[in-house]
Design a binder for this molecule. Structure first.
Ligand SMILES: [Zn+2]
Length: 340
């Protein structure tokens, strides 16, 4: 206990307290299989991390941490420098992932008031979050998944096989696991970097952002989609769009989960009964309009905001019962989040 800063056990206990609070809350709500007793962390799993407070100082290439001392930073001039009057460092969290150490700072900073735009001048952008590409906006901008990301995934499959071939619990398996974890971390970093850049670009370019609500949990149970979806990390991308919109004073709108953004024709408004995931181009049977599938969905989302009063808290589209397809029976895979 005396070897580390007194904040470390304090914060660990606080986290434990929070874990129990949430556990009892879940017990009260009886939310099915989500109940779970807080798990002990182990050396093997649990993502080791701890937090520190007080006397954290950042210089250009080093960070000073209580009890630990001065540590060289790999990424320079990224953290807010010590002495900046507009930023106050509250705490630092140190974590380790696949052999690399990270420090993240929690800071307090005044966000300047956003510039107000008149309602009629607002630029509305619909964003279709996809499987094949990261996102397509109604402006026709396409955010691809990086090539390095696709390439790295092929290697991940190889490393998966390598782990499977080794004897369970052996030293060789441990080595293979370590290698895979490192590679996985690399993939995650590429993805996060790409997502952050895309979400910043989108939120900067729009005044109102309309996205579809994802039923990720439902999607994951769909065998064919599961891999693709967890890879794209849609939930995290939407989360980024939401908080960045908030920071910049932009409106963020989530369409109703059952709004058929992919199945609707953005030209005439007719709704297709069926649209398979393989169909990359939307061809309207009523008006003969032909358009890229994702762009069509993005335009529909944009139109959704224009057709009804936009509000950031309640989903638009939920009021238009006409557009809402029948809710699939329980137990069946609801594919409307991905397909429509
Ligand atoms: Zn049409």
């Amino acid at each position: 206990m005396y070897e580390v800063s007194s904040v470390v056990p304090l914060d660990a206990l606080r986290n434990l307290d929070h874990a129990y609070d949430m556990f009892f809350k879940r017990c009260r709500e009886i939310s099915g299989n989500q109940k779970g007793y807080p798990k002990f962390k182990s050396k093997k799993s649990g993502g080791g991390s701890f937090s520190l407070r007080y006397s954290i100082r950042v210089s250009k290439s080093r960070i000073q941490l209580p009890r630990i001392g001065s540590i060289k930073l790999k990424e320079k001039e990224y953290l807010p420098l010590y002495g900046r009057e507009d930023i106050k460092v509250l705490s630092a969290a140190i974590s380790e992932k696949a052999g690399r150490w990270y420090v993240s700072l929690r800071v307090e900073q005044e966000i300047p008031d956003p510039i107000l735009v008149k309602d009629e001048d607002k630029h509305v952008v619909g964003v279709d979050v996809g499987v094949k590409t990261l996102a397509v906006t109604s402006d026709g901008e396409i955010f691809e998944n990086p090539k390095a990301f696709v390439k790295a995934q092929k290697k991940l499959r190889m490393l998966d096989k390598a782990v499977a071939r080794k004897k369970k619990g052996s030293k060789n398996q441990k080595k293979a696991l370590k290698k895979r974890a490192k590679h996985y971390q690399k993939i995650a970093s590429i993805r996060r970097d790409n997502q952050q850049k895309a979400s910043t670009a989108i939120t900067k370019s729009a005044d109102v952002i309309v996205v579809e609500s994802l039923n990720v949990k439902g999607m994951r149970s769909n065998r064919h989609l599961s891999k693709a979806i967890s890879d794209v990390g849609m939930t995290d991308f939407l989360r980024q769009l939401e908080y960045k919109a908030l920071w910049l004073g932009k409106q963020f709108v989530k369409a109703d989960r059952w709004y058929p953004s992919s199945k609707t024709c953005s030209n005439c408004g007719s709704i297709k009964a069926e649209l398979s995931l393989g169909e990359r181009t939307f061809n309207c049977g009523d008006c003969g309009f032909s358009i890229d599938r994702d762009l069509n969905a993005a335009i529909n989302l944009k139109n959704l905001a224009g057709s009804s009063p936009v509000s950031a808290c309640c989903p638009v589209g939920s009021t238009s019962v006409r557009n809402r397809p029948k809710r699939p029976p329980v137990g069946q895979e609801p594919n409307s989040s991905s397909e429509g």
